[in-house]
Design a protein around this ligand. Structure first.
Ligand SMILES: *Cc1c(COP(=O)(O)O)cnc(C)c1O
Length: 376
């Protein structure tokens, strides 16, 4: 929570649930990535929070952008980024979308199989491609599945195919899992990347770039290491596995760039019990899984929730959203402790919600409007 957000909520008193994002925090985060990793280019993962003000600030600060669709490319361009500062980082693209990206000037693409290489070679001839490899995501609170990336052993064949089809086989990428609290998580993936660089060199092809992905955390209830600690661990891994042949590197922070810049204001709609002897209270908010808090799925992300009554004694609560879907429960297996004195109509502040909230919010499930966002 920042003074600017507190002041905004106090003076503007917006009605209904809303996210407030403080651009000063985004600026501070960008600068801390740039300072901790001065030789690494930052490609902000647009999906985390594509608010035009956020993109414009990052473009002005010199950030590049990792995009996953034509719409995200257009948003980055509209914010002032030039096409050389944009990558099409989704490994699953329609060929006509690749063609559109190429028309817009984008020349850097992610692939993880030969079929995707073929699409890129036809629709974006001569472009640079990097091959995404699988990473197990161990240690991440929001791990990624096997959906993206190929086995590292397959990557040389994919990159060789790109080379033969006239693309520039440019490098290797991976993502160690989102909200990765283990700074050591990059080491194994960097080792795989170095192995792929060597195999490609044996084939006479010089790769240049390692895309270290996202995974940098936001502070929720538990402490997380500082950006500097990640930078040190990654730099150690590169030195260990690449020796003197240090590759070009890029990072793609999403959550770590904007998560801590946002606070959601919500209101308690109902407090009830399911039976007379129930010792857990049910607290229903005006925002839930469909209003932007999708990352509470499997209770994976536990947000800090603040109330004006935080000094009072606390009791176990099941926390749920306002919609008529029984899946719209935020925390139940591991109940959330809120003040006994909490009342219907109280406002709560959900911190660390600058990333993956507005973009996850449904259009109008049960008629509830998508999450409103104010960028200040
Ligand atoms: C979502 C995504 C990111 C951002 O991940 P965070 O964990 O939020 O930093 C980075 N790169 C790619 C390819 C992504 O899909």
């Amino acid at each position: 929570m920042t003074d600017r957000i507190r002041e905004f909520l106090r003076t503007r008193r917006p009605d209904g649930p809303c996210l407030v994002v403080d651009l000063d925090v985004v600026r501070e985060k960008y600068l801390s990535f740039a300072k901790a990793m001065p030789d690494t280019r930052v490609f902000y993962a647009v999906k985390a929070n594509p608010a035009p003000e956020v993109l414009a600030l990052l473009a002005e600060l010199g950030s590049c952008f990792d995009t996953a669709s034509v719409a995200e490319i257009e948003m980055a361009l509209a914010a002032g980024a030039t096409p050389e500062r944009i990558s099409f980082g989704n490994t699953i693209k329609k060929e006509r979308d690749v063609a559109r990206a190429f028309e817009l000037g984008v020349r850097l693409y992610a692939v993880d199989c030969e079929a995707e290489v073929e699409k890129v070679s036809r629709a974006a001839p001569g472009s640079k491609v990097f091959c995404r490899i699988l990473s197990d995501g161990a240690g991440a609170e929001w791990p990624l599945s096997k959906k993206f990336g190929c086995d590292p052993a397959m990557a040389p064949r994919v990159l060789d195919h790109a080379h033969r089809l006239g693309l520039e086989a440019y490098g290797v990428s991976f993502h160690v899992g989102s909200q990765q609290r283990n700074t050591g998580a990059w080491d194994a993936a960097v080792a795989s990347a170095a192995q792929i660089f060597r195999e490609m060199a044996d084939r006479g092809i010089t790769l240049k770039m390692v895309n270290l992905g996202g995974g940098f955390p936001t502070r929720y209830l538990k402490n997380v290491p500082a950006v500097q600690a990640y930078a040190q661990a990654i730099s150690d891994a590169i030195l260990t596995h690449f020796g003197n042949h240090v590759p070009e590197t890029i990072i793609e922070p999403g959550r770590g760039m904007v998560g801590s810049a946002g606070v959601i204001k919500t209101e308690v709609v109902l407090i009830s019990k399911k039976s007379d002897d129930d010792d857990v209270r049910w607290v229903y908010l005006d925002i839930g899984k469909f209003g932007g808090l999708a990352e509470t799925m499997d209770e994976a992300i536990r947000y800090p929730i603040k109330s004006e009554r935080d000094g009072d004694e606390k009791t176990a609560c099941v926390l749920a959203g306002p919609t008529c879907d029984s899946a719209d429960v935020l925390y139940e297996k591991d109940p959330y402790f809120l003040p006994v004195s909490l009342e219907i109509g109280d406002e709560l502040l959900i911190e660390g919600t600058g990333a993956y909230t507005t973009t996850y919010s449904a259009v109008a499930f049960n008629g509830f409007a998508p999450l409103k966002s104010y960028v200040i």
